[in-house]
Structures are given as C-alpha cells and as structure tokens.
Write a protein that binds this ligand. Structure first.
Ligand code: ZN
Ligand code: ZN
Ligand code: ZN
Length: 282
C-alpha cells in the first residue's frame, strides 16, 4: 500500500493568498516542500481521501493521475476538503460511461451538504437521486461512525472526529496488504469513543497521519496542535496501537505557529514523528 500526500495544508493553504506573516513570506521565498496545498491523500491509485479543492493541481504537479480512482472516503464537507465541481467531469460526455463506477463514502450530513452544493452551483438535480448517480456513474454511500465496510481490496472503518458536528466528520482506518493506516484529519483531541473503537477492532497502525493545524508554541482548540499530536502518538504507543516500526506523520499544517518545513522537520524529529509534505509518498 502506498500513500501519497496530495496536500498537507490547513484551511487556506500555506502560504495563504494574501497573508504577509513571517511564515508565509518565508515559505514563498523557500518554495519546494514549504508550499502546501489543501489536505487530501491518495492510496495506491484508486482510493482518494477527500475530494479537495487542490486535488487536480496536486495530480499535475506530483504525476498522480486521478482517473483511476474508484473510491473516495470523504472526511467532512468543509470547503478545504470538498470541491463538488470535480464531479462535473463525470458527465456522460467525458467518457465515464462504461468505466468503473466511483463509490463515494461520507456521513449523511456531509453527503447532504455535497448534494446541496452540487445542486445549487452546478446542476439542477440532486446527487442523491439515483438517476443522477446513474448519469454520473457515481454511487454515494452514507456511512456512520464506527461502521466498517469492504471496498475492493480495502477494509475501511470510520471513526468519529472531534470537529464541527454539523457535518458529521469522520476519520478513517484503511487496512490492506496486512498494513493498517489511520487518517486523522480534521480533529481536535480524539473522542474516547474513537480510542475505544480502535481497541474493539483490534487495530495496530503501521502509519498514523494526524492533524497538525497548530504549531509547537500553540495550544490546540478545534484542531490538534504539535504537542497534542505528540501526546496522541505516545498514548497510541502506550496502548499498544502501534506496530514496532510504525511511523507517525503530521499533515493539515497551518501557517499559524508552524514554522517553514525544515524547521518543523527538526522539531518533529526531536519528538519522534515526521512532517508530511505535498507529493510525499510512503
Ligand atoms: Zn481542514
Ligand atoms: Zn501567513
Ligand atoms: Zn474541517
């Protein structure tokens, strides 16, 4: 199983469009891994996590075509994770008829928000109408926290996030090829229900990917901070949720309090985790 980070920034990218803070100015000057697009990830070439606004830019820049994506796991409906306009390219005119169907998984709240946005801006019909799904060769599956399902060669379990409850946010564990990955974005400190769920499903992670919205000098609030990420990884190790060779990665990095990439890499190395960057594959 390979995981490619298509984007590793929090809400408005890093640097942000008009921001002149020290971190954004330094990131612009340094370029390379200091430039972060909005968070999304690709597992192998067929499983996308989040239909985000920057996935096509990422696809071009990092040489990862998305035309083979058959499954999308949507964390939630915030704009930095969901751009429904991508689904316009599933019109019959664009060659998706007869191609493998796209299976899209989201909580009911997020699926409804997606359908509303699509209906309002791009189409007069609802994405939740099976006729529209047929036309776009797309099937939307509404799922719940703590539900497990099998898609192709992947076994997936959704977990509750500690994030905006109006969009029913979900975190995902993906298992395949005897490997286990946890994608924990967007969330503040994980709910106890999620920790209990990890144990109930007897999970041991090879790769943990966690929210790192706030930097080393900040406290977390609606998202995790650097120190909270460190505490989460320590608890996972204590509770035997990590394999011996497990690696922990930070993503969803905001310009607020997170220094440019090389400095953040140094900080993370001192605390036993790694900083993901756009285009990085593990
Ligand atoms: Zn986000
Ligand atoms: Zn800034
Ligand atoms: Zn969010």
């Amino acid at each position: 199983m390979t995981i490619t980070f298509l984007g590793t920034a929090a809400a408005n990218a890093y640097p942000e469009a008009f921001c002149q803070c020290d971190n954004c100015e330094r990131a612009r000057a340094l370029g390379g891994p200091n430039l972060r697009k909005r968070s999304a990830a690709l597992i192998n070439d067929d499983l996308l996590i989040d239909l985000g606004p920057d996935i096509m830019t990422a696809s071009f820049m990092h040489g990862r075509p998305l035309s083979r994506v058959r499954y999308c796991l949507q964390t939630h409906a915030h704009a930095d994770h969901l751009d429904p306009s991508h689904l316009l390219s599933r019109s019959p005119e664009f060659g998706v008829v007869g191609a493998p169907r796209l299976h899209f998984y989201a909580s009911t709240a997020t699926a409804r928000r997606l359908a509303q946005l699509f209906e309002r801006f791009y189409d007069s019909a609802s994405l939740l109408d099976p006729k529209v799904g047929e036309r776009l060769n797309l099937e939307i599956h509404e799922i719940e926290a703590l539900q497990s399902f099998t898609i192709g060669r992947y076994h997936v379990t959704a977990f509750p996030a500690n994030h905006d409850p109006t969009v029913g946010p979900l975190l995902y564990v993906v298992e395949a090829d005897k490997r286990c990955v946890f994608y924990g974005v967007d969330t503040a400190t994980l709910p106890e229900e999620t920790w209990q769920g990890f144990h109930r499903h007897h999970l041991r992670f090879d790769v943990v990917i966690l929210d790192h919205t706030y930097g080393p000098e900040e406290s977390g609030s609606d998202h995790l901070s650097a120190h909270e990420l460190i505490e989460h990884v320590a608890r996972m190790r204590e509770e035997n949720l990590l394999t011996d060779e497990a690696r922990a990665f930070a993503t969803h990095v905001a310009h607020e309090g997170n220094p440019v990439h090389p400095e953040l890499v140094d900080f993370a190395a001192r605390h036993g985790y790694e900083i993901a960057y756009d285009g990085f594959t593990v």
